[in-house]
Design a protein around this ligand. Structure first.
Ligand code: GLU
Length: 469
């Protein structure tokens, strides 16, 4: 059997981080089994579905590298097929038309409420002769649910879950206007798309028992189910916008790398020994949906940030450069030095080791891109006090007369001066750093000097000597 999984988002908003995790688990399981991962857009709710949301979901999945097989399927476009199945169920006597009035339904709802029960359709039209149908009412179609016995699901994550069929009412599968309900559409689509494994949030578990009724009524083979626990916020409550549950693009805009987000999501509710850093290849090799835990996983922003810092160090310099360059140009209002790009690329290994995300990297790389005079932050200004300026002046004279412009020899010059002046090297390096980078933190200052070149280095030092009080 070829495993076929699917991700079936409703396009009513961005790709939520919990949805991204569902997509990832479906993707990994399909790949692990050498199967297929499909995408179905559940856009039957025309009021709430938007093209922007479809685009945001596709973009989010692509950004995470969760490429789906074949074309995405629009559920709405399959409405005729859903209606056809409803008709087939009517023809088989497995469904029936219900002409209940809104008042009758309200009555049922109130009776259920009074009895402290959830709303259940009372079967009013289940065995009633259609000749009794009132004129001018568009009936809904209801499934003739099996009320005796029980429905058992051998869920790959939840284990064996049993529900008494007495609890399942004759739910609507086709509305009065001929449009399918979610319950019908999802079953027909999963069947027609050949989905073998439905991996989704455990908020759908109760739907699954109802959906079974449709599979059985049609005589279709049931897929295997795996209901994953939902994500919770740090307070242990279901993750929501209140917790800052954001769309995937918001994580990108926060400067996170997709591999960090993937690795983070993967470890929420699933693990492989002590492994924390898990590549896509390893994940495909190791991931099995049966190993997903039953307990809800908690979202931990700090862990995500620290994983991201790891992946920043691992990322290719060129790639990081491409990611931050537009932001650098924007930060400097387009006023970038002629060789700004080359400087940043050359300094990238050191820059990326110090940045937790691409936003920090954009900021920390920007000093390379500036033309001088560069702005100095408060800490840099503080370093350029009388003592600092004295050191800077002496170093300026030494450097002006020195031409072997490489970080090693430059450092030797600074060391020699520091020794002669009985200063610690830091006392010499810090004012230089302040003048050259505008900050008290930066990559190694001698590397900075090498990358900036002699003219730019002396220019920035002169600016600092001239401009600070
Ligand atoms: N469209 C449903 C949702 O977004 C998912 C349906 C499913 O996975 O079966 O919650």
């Amino acid at each position: 059997m070829t495993v076929v999984t699917r991700f079936a988002p409703s396009p009513t908003g961005f790709l939520h981080i919990g949805g991204a995790r569902t997509a990832l688990f479906n993707y990994l399981y399909a790949k692990h089994m050498g199967g297929k991962f499909l995408l179905r857009i559940e856009d039957t709710d025309r009021q709430r579905s938007t093209q922007e949301a479809v685009d945001a979901i596709s973009a989010g999945l692509k950004w995470l590298g969760l490429d789906w097989d074949g074309e995405a399927v629009s559920q709405f476009s399959r409405a005729a097929r859903h209606a056809e199945v409803a008709q087939e169920l009517l023809d088989k006597g497995k469904a029936y038309k219900c002409y209940c009035t809104p008042e009758e339904l309200t009555e049922m709802r109130e009776a259920a409420k009074a009895a402290g029960q959830p709303m259940r359709y009372n079967g009013l039209w289940r065995d009633r002769d259609p000749s009794e149908a009132p004129a001018g009412v568009d009936p809904v179609v209801r499934i003739k649910a099996e009320h005796s016995g029980e429905t058992v699901i051998e869920d790959l994550i939840q284990g064996k879950v049993t529900v008494s069929n007495a609890e399942i009412d004759d739910f609507v599968i086709l509305r009065g206007d001929g449009t399918p309900t979610y319950m019908l559409a999802v079953v027909v689509d999963d069947h027609d798309m050949g989905v073998t494994h439905v991996v989704r949030g455990d908020d759908h578990l109760t739907n699954t028992f109802r959906q079974m009724q449709i599979y059985d009524a049609m005589g279709w083979e049931r897929p295997i189910f795996a209901h994953m626990p939902l994500l919770h916020g740090a307070d242990g409550k279901k993750l929501s916008k209140r917790h800052g549950a954001l769309g995937v693009e918001a994580y990108r805009d926060m400067g996170l790398l997709p591999e960090a987000v993937n690795n983070y999501l993967l470890r929420l509710g699933w693990g492989h020994g002590d492994a924390e850093i898990i590549s896509r290849e390893q994940a495909i090799e190791w991931f099995d949906v049966v190993d997903v835990g039953k307990a809800p996983a908690r979202f931990d922003a700090d862990k995500l940030a620290s994983l991201n810092a790891h992946y920043m160090r691992e990322a290719e310099n060129n790639r990081l450069f491409e990611l931050i360059w537009p932001g650098v140009v924007q930060l400097l209002d387009g006023k970038v030095a002629e060789n700004a790009a080359e400087r940043i690329l050359t300094g990238m290994t050191d820059l990326k080791a110090r940045a937790k995300n691409t936003i920090e990297l954009t900021e920390s790389a920007s000093f390379y891109a500036r033309t001088h005079p560069i702005p100095l932050n408060d800490k840099a200004i503080a370093l350029l006090n009388d003592e600092g300026r004295e050191v800077l002046q002496r170093m300026r004279d030494i450097l002006a007369a020195f031409d072997d412009w490489h970080s090693g020899p430059l450092q030797d010059q600074a060391k020699a001066y520091a020794e002669g002046a009985e200063l610690k090297l830091g006392k010499v390096a810090q004012p230089l750093r302040a003048a050259l980078t505008g900050s008290n933190v930066s990559p190694g200052v001698f590397e900075v000097m090498e990358i900036l070149g002699k003219d730019e280095t002396l220019g920035r030092i002169d600016d600092a000597l001239g401009s600070t009080a």
